[in-house]
Design a protein around this ligand. Sequence first.
Ligand code: PGA
Length: 252
Amino acid sequence: MRKKPIVAANWKMHKTRGEAKKFIDALKEKDWSGTEVLVAPPFTSILDAKKAAERSMIKVGAQNVSEHEEGAYTGEVSAKMLKDVGAEFVIIGHSERRRYFHEKHETVRNKIENALRHGLIPMLCIGETQEERENGTAHKVIERELVQTFKGLSEEKMGSLILAYEPVWAIGTGLTATPEIAQEAHLLCREILSEIFSDAYAKARPILYGGSVKAENAGKLLEKPDIDGFLVGGASLEVASFEKILQEARGG
Ligand code: PGA
């Protein structure tokens, strides 16, 4: 039987507290029990989103977390603080964080460890750039990202982890990876995870696809055996477009 598809909204730097509440209030009116619905608001709206999501199946998380436990790190938000406002998962290593905030593998690894220590599910994002896809190094890049990120981490410590394959050239561009390209990358991720950890661990990991996902391409992508759901940016900002993706995910 197919796993329940996971559909996660990454709101990026959008939505005030009131807007977040309004979105979740509308979303929870419908029964989404065929899917796992995750929403990652900006830090300031997490608590309101969480309250709005009470008595629903919607899980609320964050888009980032500090690599440090606590201390003099002006502007940072710790895993403990995220847990305190009710976050259940956290997006880590998104390509926008790597590009604009220069996050390196080691930072990403520290964030994953911090998240796990505080009982947050890390959602690790990886993916190649357009140049890497064009010059044929995409698979090498994916492998390097996974190997470097998980260096020194043991399976016992890892526990829950969600992986998101997000080719940088597909994020916010309207260019979605074809189901074949995405499937190939997802299978590769699973094989690499199986080499680093174990076959059983790799098989159990949900691997989401992200990059210009919309209702029109969601169904075909989900038909592929190693695509377990989506991380959605632009199309998650309006309730209507997000709901259409959820409908596709649960089979129309
Ligand atoms: P997009 O963003 O759906 O707007 O391409 C996806 C993401 O950045 O997670």
